[in-house]
Write a protein that binds this ligand. Sequence first.
Ligand SMILES: CC(C)(COP(=O)(O)OP(=O)(O)OC[C@H]1O[C@@H](n2cnc3c(N)ncnc32)[C@H](O)[C@@H]1OP(=O)(O)O)[C@@H](O)C(=O)NCCC(=O)NCCS
Length: 265
Amino acid sequence: MMPQFDEIQRRGLAVRTVAEDGALAPRIGALSDSIWPRFVVEAHTPRNHPYPADWPGIFARWPQYQFGLLDQDTDELVGAAHALSFAWDGAGADLPDFGWDWAMWQGKQDYLAGATPHTMCALSITVDPRYRGQGLSTLLVSIMRDATARAGFTRLLAPVRPTLKHRYPITPMAVYANWRNQRGEPLDPWMRVHARLGATIAKPCDKSMNLAGSVADWESWAEIPFPTSGAYIFPGLFAPVVIDRESDEGVYVEPNVWMVHDVSA
Ligand SMILES: CC(C)(COP(=O)(O)OP(=O)(O)OC[C@H]1O[C@@H](n2cnc3c(N)ncnc32)[C@H](O)[C@@H]1OP(=O)(O)O)[C@@H](O)C(=O)NCCC(=O)NCCS
């Protein structure tokens, strides 16, 4: 048994996948919807975007890599982790600027083509706010690392969504991702979790998540009016949203950072 499973048990928790328990999928969906910003949950992929997102599809294609972390006694869902496998096996430096959207699209193409997967890709982790600050996110990343090794892959890729980037919305990700704290670790706490587990930064993915909505949608998500076309910031964004009143569309292109876990050791 891997050490993190001892730790999970010690904390009175258990891991179940959607493959093992199909009823987990809507419970995880409800947890995510209650936590993630509305602009992430409710927006759609911009028109003519090459990598249309298909979030619900991950539950059907890779149920074995959709993990719930549950309280052993109450069966309460305390956190979730999402990953997929795909055939892509390139060098970290060749990872695309399109991170999260691309990973889901590439995974779907490879899955539909029946291509043999070689690599795991993490998509997201969510911890219920009542259980934060206890290191559970580290356990959830470890669960994905373990699944990667058990699948016989050597790498877990992650288009990491740095949790403090929204406080620096005008700083380019290439600059932000290299900021360090006094211990020489990434300044960003979420990048730090990955780095402590052994992940390295491959490169920024400046077009990771592409989110679109009508002007009214964005005004509702931002809770302020956008009277003229142009770029705007509101709390939670990593970069400006560009509002075009003429076409009645706002597009937000979120930069993330590709990090790579080598689990071969
Ligand atoms: C990000 C998230 C998964 C972290 O979960 P968690 O279990 O509370 O994290 P941990 O207890 O393992 O803490 C991880 C690190 O983040 C730091 N941290 C946690 N919350 C923080 C906050 N609000 N601001 C700054 N740092 C914070 C912790 O101090 C820790 O760093 P340290 O060990 O150097 O002190 C959780 O906050 C969450 O679900 N957020 C919403 C979804 C999200 O943003 N997911 C990540 C992108 S996929």
